[in-house]
Write a protein that binds this ligand. Sequence first.
Ligand SMILES: CC(=O)N[C@H]1[C@@H](OP(=O)(O)OP(=O)(O)OC[C@H]2O[C@@H](n3ccc(=O)[nH]c3=O)[C@H](O)[C@@H]2O)O[C@H](CO)[C@@H](O)[C@@H]1O
Ligand SMILES: C=C(OP(=O)(O)O)C(=O)O
Length: 456
Amino acid sequence: MNTLVDDAKQHGSAVGLTGDRIEIEGGKPLRGRIELKGAKNLVTKAMVAAILGDTPSHLRNVPDISDVRIVRGLLEVHGVRVRESEDGDGLLLDPAEVESAHFADIDAHAGSSRIPILFCGPLLHRLGEAFIPDLGGCRIGDRPIDYHLEVLRNFGALVEKLPSGIRMSAPEGLRGAKVALPYPSVGATEQVLLTAVRADGITELSGAAIEPEIMDLINILQKMGAIISVDTDRVIRIEGVEKLEGYTHRALFDRNEAASWAAAALATEGDIVVGGARQSEMLTFLNVFRKVGGAFEIQDDGIRFYHPGGELKPAIIETDVHPGFMTDWQQPLVVALTKANGVSIVHETVYEQRFGFVDALVDMGASIEVHRECLGGLRCRFGQRNFRHSAVISGPSHLHGADIEVPDLRGGFSHLIAALTAEGRSTVSNVGIIARGYEDFIGKLRKLGADFTLLA
Ligand SMILES: CC(=O)N[C@H]1[C@@H](OP(=O)(O)OP(=O)(O)OC[C@H]2O[C@@H](n3ccc(=O)[nH]c3=O)[C@H](O)[C@@H]2O)O[C@H](CO)[C@@H](O)[C@@H]1O
Ligand SMILES: C=C(OP(=O)(O)O)C(=O)O
């Protein structure tokens, strides 16, 4: 398994980031405008969907992040020809040669992202077999893939676990199935969609996740020729079809990146216009942002997030599946909550170990305790187990500079914000990990007036 430092180097160098440490002089409000591109959590899946088409696909609004580069490499190993579109804003993905590819290099992609597991359905349809190397992604809990494997077995796939990954085959093809997820997993819902669209017959999925990125994947699949209906109560029905075409699609904006810059504006007492952000996919975030004392203005082509002056207020937040408060939003917002006047609670109900990042905030002077109990109201899956998954944040705290190390993608962004708000100088290392999901975050920080130096 890769170490954190290996991960950081891999992701940073994938996007040409020179240096893996950043020295930040805190205390300057971030001000200005930045532009978002497509969502990491949609774009990478949309790229995989291109394998299902008989003709090339054109995906627009693609961010230059390392997860996209990694999935591009994986697609190329599987015979998909990938090139930039002429407008420089997207990718052309041509799956014509998938059948003749010899994917000898697949092991080189082990541990790099979570996306390889979503290759199963499309590859089983095209080749009758698939090999999935060990997965990567953020280290925020066990991240099992039992739902994925169970779903694939329901479609008729044979699953064989090997020391280096998972081998799958479907000697008799895949057929539609009635599938119920025990928890509305985003990845497992996408697994069902990408497999059911070309399976023989009808699939009914209950307990589905309905995140906006999933809805946009459904838009893409419908453009390709799929028949999918989204019913009430987390039920999705898919009628398998024999043939799908390529698609042309502009990817949904990255609402997780938007929430991160919003939190940065609030914590640094700044004012950031996040170009490309939209209200409807961020309703839940906007409510919380307003309740803690942030202000926003919905514009035609983005959202302005700013600190309107006055005290920030504490909040009780429970992360949840959509339409709840997204788990990927909590880490940047926790930094703003360290500045609020009173006691806030953040109950993480999606991942069991997503508070590793707070140790660094405590070193910087924040008062945060993480408990095993479900604090907040909901009893979640982690309550009677040994996971420290409820954070109590007492503020306001005055953060001071420190040497800190990025633990994962969102935790890393929260560390950047903490350093930007702190008094004095901080050194944040392993920043390459942030390149997994934030396009040109160094350029954006510069544009917003942050005071920093990138170190080798
Ligand atoms: C690339 C991508 O899109 N990543 C997002 C995706 O991750 P990802 O798709 O991995 O997250 P899931 O929704 O699947 O995970 C939710 C929960 O289900 C559990 N689980 C999941 C699958 C499984 O087979 N067994 C199982 O127990 C997980 O351990 C976790 O506790 O959704 C998460 C929840 O919105 C986001 O935080 C991630 O940013
Ligand atoms: C957890 C995340 O991503 P991944 O699932 O790719 O690790 C994230 O985007 O915060």
